[in-house]
Write a protein that binds this ligand. Structure first.
Ligand code: HEM
Length: 189
């Protein structure tokens, strides 16, 4: 519960910031949206997050690519069934590999690319399950989603972010370092 309730959200903040720092156009769009919704001299409040559709799309795309655990909780089949050409007998313990589903080219265009815009056209389907589904769906979904959005909105509205020069040249490497442009302070996680 402690790992599920804290590490999931904090690792998603890191992954989302890492993707944003590699995608300047995306970070610019989120910051523009937040400037409009929050106002330049205000701090982010929870209600602002609900009015930020582009930020939602960014978080969904980060959850698609980097959800904290690749597999869902185990399930047991209640009857014989077939999947992928295999017969699975009743009473079998089954693990769903959501990591693979989230990157399956059958369902996603250019699946390894970070493209938040894809979520403006996406319905609710079983090929996207960042919080699981059914009776064992994540019990902390509303809290986790809110914390994630709120922390990211605050980081992005309060500071400008970019990679230190030595990392920019190797931009394919995913790193979480940042620097505050408006200030002399740099922070390294
Ligand atoms: C970004 C944040 C989070 C993600 C991506 C996430 C994802 C998941 C997933 C995929 C499952 C398994 C669901 C299934 O098998 O269908 C799960 C279960 C669970 N999560 Fe989360 N979670 C997050 C945050 C949280 C938070 C903040 C809490 C609690 C404060 C929490 C509590 C739980 C619990 C208790 C379960 C087990 C539910 C059960 O066994 O019925 N999660 N989570």
């Amino acid at each position: 519960m402690v790992i599920g309730g804290t590490n999931t959200t904090s690792s998603m903040v890191e992954w989302t910031m890492s993707e944003l720092m590699l995608h300047h156009e995306v970070i610019r769009k989120v910051q523009e949206e937040l400037t409009e919704v929050v106002g330049i001299n205000n701090t982010v409040e929870e209600f602002h997050v609900q009015k930020s559709p582009y930020l939602h799309a960014v978080v969904k795309e980060a959850l698609r690519l980097h959800r904290p655990t690749p597999l869902l909780l185990p399930r047991w089949t209640i009857q014989d069934c077939k999947a992928g050409g295999c017969t699975i007998p009743k009473g079998t313990k089954v693990f769903l590999n959501v990591w693979a589903m989230h990157r399956d080219p059958q369902f996603w265009d250019s699946p390894s690319e970070f493209r938040p815009e894809r979520f403006f056209y996406f319905g609710s389907n079983f090929e996207y399950l960042p919080f699981g589904s059914g009776k064992r769906i994540c019990a902390g979904l509303p809290l986790g989603e809110r914390m994630l959005m709120y922390v990211l909105a605050t980081f992005l509205h309060m500071f400008n972010w970019k990679l230190p020069t030595r990392y920019r040249a190797r931009s394919l490497r995913k790193v979480g370092n940042c620097s505050r442009e408006s200030n002399t302070t740099s922070c390294y996680s």
